[in-house]
Design a protein around this ligand. Sequence first.
Ligand SMILES: [Zn+2]
Length: 216
Amino acid sequence: MKINVRLVALALVVAGIFACAQKNNKTAPLPEPVNGKVLIADIYLDANDVCPLCMRYAQVCLIEGNGQAGFSDALTEAFTQKSYGIVKGKISKTGKPDPETVKLYAQLAKKMGAKYLVMPVLYCWSERRGTALSSSQPARVGFHIHIYDPETSKEIWGGDFNEEQEPLSENILDVQTFISRGGKWVTAQELAKEGVMKLIDKFQKAQEKSAADTGN
Ligand SMILES: [Zn+2]
């Protein structure tokens, strides 16, 4: 019986790969930034076990060379796809983010007309080894995203994404996720983008809930 389940799963994966190959590769037009503008702060690379913004535990791994650039692209792509406009800006203060960092960024975000300030902390970035169809080591990423109100510098929401794309042999039940990723081994950047989009969904749900609770 177990073999049958595996065979069915394998057939689904193969079907997924073919379905993906047949997909039209035309890039869709970018969505309108109807959700307002976000200022995404410089990514802080964290080598410690504790996030400097929320003091929560973070499961660090070695951040590989392209981590910062890859995560930056993943953030931009995910927020754009979720209908936010992106504004870029830097402050002169560098290093470990603290309340002063948040305040300076919030002031800048306000000046630039951003509705939200996004502070990203990256603590794990391990690239996929091998190809999309055959990987000896899947990608793994871990990060926190903290979102602030530029008006008040107060945190509105914070979330954590920490995931490794699991080898199929270890979790046959995850075949659906594998297929949803086009039946392939994703890169760290693709995994990170998926993670940021998941966190944006959670953030938006929390916003809707708090609006409903306060009757706004
Ligand atoms: Zn944090």
